[in-house]
Design a protein around this ligand. Structure first.
Ligand code: NAD
Length: 502
């Protein structure tokens, strides 16, 4: 598996997109935007054009919502066991096209093949996990009083909108779409404009595996028109959104008029906190993995390294050494760890923090520069001597960029860790169990890992606090979002009913 051989394969996979473009997919058909408008998607590898993409707007969203609404009665009434069978077939079909999905994702997003080769496997695992819960998703509980028997059950909420970002788009989309479909909802998906390609593969794969037409629809386009219309549409009952915090608040405002249920997975500025009693070798491996894998374009990246001052210098030296050794290069090179960032616009944003770091008085201990003059390549970077009030410590940079801040003791670590607007994930390194208990009680984060990098367990809840999100994914939490709980009360006996008026 050499780079040359992978580039040749990628050319083959890209050829159909170059020829056909990336169409919208509505009611089982691949269709251009109703307006005929298009935009281009480029590869961050060399900024070359990959394909022309349908630029959906209000009319396309309306057509997709109509299709999702028409498909809803049959899909939602299908027994869960039948839905499960179809969704398992979708998982198998995803696995069968794993290489195509991986190569397409690498070329469209710049993510390294060593990570994207697992994207389809993770996506298929999402389908299997949620499919297995479909048969009993409607079940609720029974509560009894002396006079009444209350029974709860769950019903799919209706057609829903799924709006996704450009980082690991295939895996992320399946994480939202699989539970929605398993719940019995139909879906209109609006993928990110920077990374439209694998959403098209997913809907094609799903329909080839037996998903009825209209159950999953895809409309490409920009947030301000296609995305906005989806969030405002009266027939869309809920919006599952993954993206930036400020977009989340816009969506909340846009959905207010139609009382939209929302689930938000937003930004993060996640601390990895290393005490001097920790296993430093493992802490350094985990911290560097969590910021330099996936190009650092990851909501749960450990973007703030908080290190006890007794070991600050040693840990920073070791992290800097790793950062300098990491291979930056073509995403299809099997040796590459850091590929190009998604788009020149995002690259400029990341590069701007190198100037900010210098202006704010931090030290650039590794990286801090663009790599090469072609494509969006940025060196793995470590800022040291930073304080938590600096922009590099407060703002989500969303690149392979780590900000290291020293702390004195537990209290100081907690204060710094919590002093940001975000609260998605936190990573804690200590061998003192009591300290781990105290710290995890006080850390403001929806997810914490002690002495570990982020390891996703699908039955566990995923989501953030503060500006990092609303709601939880995974396990039964996903079903609670995509379904309505209803209660029916039966009399247990001829109980006494109050008589009014005589
Ligand atoms: P973004 O918010 O710019 O865009 C996300 C999606 O929202 C895109 O499809 C976009 O077209 C759409 N959108 C934009 N404006 C809209 C509007 N007014 N109405 C409806 N839709 C609109 O985010 P991005 O730059 O694509 O992605 C990166 C962000 O996603 C980062 O902040 C990252 O932390 C976050 N993220 C969070 C998680 C999580 O689980 N918490 C996971 C992945 C990414």
């Amino acid at each position: 598996m050499t780079l040359e051989c992978n580039i040749a394969k990628a050319k083959d996979y890209m050829a159909r997109f170059a020829a056909e473009g990336v169409m919208n997919h509505i009611d089982g058909a691949s269709v251009p935007a109703i307006s005929g408008k298009t935009f281009e998607t480029i590869s961050p590898v060399d900024l070359g054009k990959l394909a022309v993409v349908a630029k959906g707007g209000e009319a396309d969203i309306d057509a997709a919502v109509a299709a999702a609404k028409a498909a809803f009665p049959a899909w939602s009434k299908m027994p869960g066991a039948e839905r499960r069978k179809i969704l398992i077939k979708v998982a198998e079909a995803i696995e069968a096209r794993a290489e195509e999905i991986a190569f397409t994702e690498c070329m469209d997003t710049g993510q390294a093949l060593r990570f994207m080769s697992k994207a389809a496997i993770r996506g298929a695992a999402n389908f299997r996990f949620f499919a297995d819960q479909a048969p009993h998703a409607e079940n609720g509980e029974v509560t009894r009083t002396p006079t009444q028997m209350n029974t709860t059950s769950r019903r799919p909420i209706g057609p829903v909108g799924v709006i996704t970002p450009w980082n690991t788009p295939f895996m992320l989309s399946t994480w939202k779409i699989a539970p929605a479909l398993a719940s019995g909802c139909t879906v209109v998906h609006k993928p990110a404009e920077f990374s439209p390609m694998t959403a098209k593969l997913l809907v094609e794969i799903a329909e080839s595996a037996g998903l009825p037409k209209g159950v999953l629809n895809v409309v490409n386009g920009f947030g301000e028109d296609a995305g906005k219309r989806l969030t405002e549409h009266p027939d869309i009952k809920a919006i599952a959104f993954v993206g930036e915090s400020r977009t989340g608040s816009m969506i909340m405002a846009q959905g207010a008029k139609t009382l939209k249920r929302v689930h938000f997975e937003l930004g993060g500025k996640n601390p990895v906190i290393v005490f001097d009693d920790a296993d430093i070798d493992r802490a350094v491996d985990a911290a560097t993995f969590m910021i330099y894998s996936l190009n650092g374009e990851r909501c749960t990246s450990s973007s703030r390294l908080l290190v006890q001052n007794t070991i600050y210098e040693e840990v920073c030296n070791r992290v800097a050494a790793v950062a300098k050794r990491i291979k930056v290069g073509h995403p299809l090179d099997p040796e590459t760890v850091v590929g190009p960032l998604i788009h020149p616009e995002h690259e400029s944003k990341v590069l701007s923090y190198f100037d900010k770091a210098r202006e704010e008085g931090a030290t650039i201990a590794a990286g801090g520069e663009k790599v090469g003059d072609q494509g969006c390549y940025v060196a793995p970077t470590l800022f040291t001597q930073a304080t938590n009030d600096m922009a590099i410590a407060q703002e989500e940079i969303f690149g392979p960029v780590l900000t290291a801040i020293p702390f004195k003791d537990e209290e100081d670590a907690l204060r710094i860790a919590n002093d940001v607007q975000y609260g998605l994930a936190a990573y804690l390194w200590t061998n003192d169990l009591n300290r781990a208990m105290r710290m995890t009680d006080e850390l403001q984060a929806g997810m914490m890992w002690v002495n570990s990098e982020n390891i996703r367990h699908l039955p566990a809840p995923f989501g953030g606090v503060k500006a990092s999100g609303i709601g939880r994914d995974g396990g039964d939490w996903s079903f609670n979002f995509y379904m309505e709980t209803v209660n029916v009360s039966f009399p247990r006996a001829s109980h006494k009913i109050p008589k009014l008026g005589g």
